[in-house]
Design a protein around this ligand. Structure first.
Ligand code: NAD
Length: 264
């Protein structure tokens, strides 16, 4: 466990009990970063996840169950991060939800929830993490946007609006800290087979009477030219790169890893 690139750093990964956030948390832990997990799930499983990560990678772990739709709970999580770890060096804004409906049918409550969790939560974590990063003159903020931060798709108005907004927040945060050791970038994944996407596969299989495999294939081939899912492990390695000294001049980028989706 010698010479790991992120030894001594602390990473907060929102929405890291599942999917992409979990993959990124594990990749950062493998480089020696202490991990503060966040997200929903079974309490015993989350406890085990913390213990397994600490043991496997020799890092400290913690957990906050803060709801990313609630600014007061986000503030509480950031205070706990300062008390327990002395602050957050690497902030990964990853928590997100999806809802699919046409604009005229979109439930107002779902719109508000998607904007709060996928966009506003990143503003709150960022504004509270920056003062300590600025004091240390080092920080990495990585916003998990989406290829839907770059292009639209029917039925996803709230999600597409939130992810385009998140890329805007990324650019401004990068610019305001451009002459410091703090960088802010967005990662824009294409389809990744996580529980969030599995729900969309299930809906397609049900609506069109397709097998799971056929529904996955159809979903991919509509948008993602490679015909293959991006993996949480690949996204984790990109996050590790963005935390490295080699990426210190990558600032305000929206970096897609999408099997060619946005190249079309
Ligand atoms: P997921 O459903 O597997 O995981 C989402 C995580 O967010 C979970 O840990 C969940 O508990 C947490 N979460 C949800 N609501 C929360 C809340 N209110 N407060 C705190 N935590 C909350 O989803 P995923 O596919 O891993 O998505 C992670 C991020 O990646 C999201 O922002 C998503 O928009 C983005 N993304 C996913 C894909 C994809 O194809 N899966 C593609 C592009 C972008």
């Amino acid at each position: 466990m010698q010479n790991r690139s992120l030894s001594g750093k602390t990473a907060l990964v929102t929405g890291s009990t599942s999917g992409i956030g979990l993959g990124i948390a594990q990749a950062l832990a493998a480089q020696g970063a202490h991990i503060l997990f966040n997200g929903f799930g079974d309490a015993a499983a989350i406890d085990q996840l913390q213990k397994d990560t600490a043991q496997q990678y020799g890092v400290r772990t913690g957990y906050s169950g803060a709801d990313m739709s609630k600014p007061a709970e986000i503030a509480q999580m950031m205070s706990e991060a300062t008390e327990q770890f002395g602050g957050v060096d690497i902030l990964i804004n990853n928590a997100g939800i999806q809802h699919v409906a046409k604009v005229e049918d979109f439930p107002i409550e779902r719109w508000d929830a998607v904007i709060a969790i996928n966009l506003s939560s990143a503003f709150h974590t960022t504004r509270l993490a920056l003062p300590i990063m600025q004091k240390n003159n080092w920080g990495r903020i990585i916003n998990i946007a989406s290829v839907h931060g770059l292009v639209g798709s029917s039925g996803k108005s709230a999600y597409v609006a939130a992810k385009h907004g998140l890329i805007g927040l990324t650019k401004v945060t990068a610019l305001e800290n451009a002459q410091t050791g703090i960088t802010c970038n967005a990662i824009c994944p294409g389809w990744v087979l996580t529980p969030l996407v599995q729900k969309q596969v299930d809906a397609r299989a049900h609506d069109k009477s397709l097998t799971q495999e056929a529904a996955k294939r159809e979903l991919l081939m509509e948008k993602q030219p490679s015909g293959e899912f991006v993996t949480p492990e690949q996204l984790g390695e990109l996050a590790v790169f963005l935390c490295s000294p080699a990426a210190s001049q990558v600032r305000g980028a929206a970096w897609n890893m999408d099997g060619g989706w946005a190249a079309q």
